[in-house]
Write a protein that binds this ligand. Structure first.
Ligand code: SF4
Ligand code: SF4
Length: 288
């Protein structure tokens, strides 16, 4: 079984548009939407939820008022200003570090696991899907990404899937690193802008650090052919393969507006041909 993460250094590069198209083109795969902070793959794949699981990814200090003697030690040691002058825990500010629990002379405090999101197992018209949503303001999205990937792995193993496609989160933070863990290939989507190029460089450093092979996709490459050329040169100098270049296509804009997938939309023909080439390159790489 192979694992491919589609990733980009920033949002809005067309990563999810490409992921949804690859989901359609793939033959025996499962897809994991690891953009748990702001998921949007469901808008295109329209999953039907089969199972919903609660995710407990955070901890919170909880006080037993019967044991508290109002000594105030907890307030003195909390570095997050999460304890009120009346020695109550502010759940928004509490980071669950446990310092107050360790310092309370009365054992009046304990850390409790709290629900920080939900994980969904779904079916779609094309392939099974695992996705999640982090609660508003909740942290630890890296842990939730790992949970989504683990669940997709289990289902893929049970159902004899050949491939796990991961739609990764944007950026280079902890959730991105979690989405790259133990994958065979990172398909990196960029766009020909100064900021897109700069984000690509940062992301390639992270990918390189973890020893993963990147393939690069330049989306809307023809909007700035000079920067596309610079990106191509940069990749060639480092032995990084360009998996393909997708032209700007008004049909993709119309497809997205209608909640349709690019490769399934007639008016997005120019882009579809490029995406099919990219998919063939990915398959070729995975076979090698
Ligand atoms: S340290 Fe314990 S006993 Fe003291 S105020 Fe805090 S909760 Fe109450
Ligand atoms: S667990 Fe940490 S952050 Fe939360 S109230 Fe206690 S000391 Fe403050």
């Amino acid at each position: 079984m192979k694992r491919v993460t589609v990733i980009s250094g920033k949002g809005g590069t067309g990563k999810t548009t490409l992921s949804a198209s690859l989901a359609v083109l793939s033959e025996n795969a499962i897809i994991a939407d690891c953009d748990v902070d702001a998921p949007n793959l469901h808008l295109l794949l329209k999953p039907e939820v089969v199972e919903k699981r609660t995710f407990k990814g955070g901890k919170l200090a909880v006080k037993n008022p019967d044991l508290c003697i109002d000594c105030g030690y907890c307030r003195q040691v909390c570095n997050f200003n999460a304890i009120t002058p009346g020695f109550e825990i502010n759940p928004i500010k509490c980071e669950g570090c446990g310092t107050c629990v360790a310092m309370c002379p009365q054992d009046a405090l304990e850390l409790k696991e709290v629900e920080t999101g939900n994980v969904y197992i779904s079916k779609t018209e094309f392939l099974p899907m695992v996705h999640a949503r982090l609660n508003i303001g909740a942290e630890n999205s890296g842990k939730l990404v790992s949970e989504v990937k683990k669940l997709a792995d289990n289902i893929a193993g049970r159902e004899g899937k050949d491939l796990i496609l991961v739609d990764g989160p944007p950026g280079i933070g902890c959730p991105v690193i979690a989405s790259l863990n133990e994958v065979d290939l990172a398909l990196v989507v960029t766009e020909p802008t100064k900021s897109g190029f700069s984000d690509l460089k940062r992301l390639l450093k992270v990918i390189n650090h973890f020893g993963i092979t990147p393939l690069v996709v330049i989306n809307k490459y023809d909007l700035n052919k000079n920067i596309s050329k610079e990106i191509t040169g940069f990749c060639q100098d480092r032995g990084i393969e360009i998996a393909g270049k997708i032209p700007f296509c008004q049909g993709i804009v119309s497809a997205l507006r209608l909640g349709k997938i690019a490769v399934n939309y007639n008016e997005a023909d120019r882009a579809r041909i490029a995406i099919e080439d990219i998919w063939n390159n990915v398959k070729k790489y995975l076979k090698e």
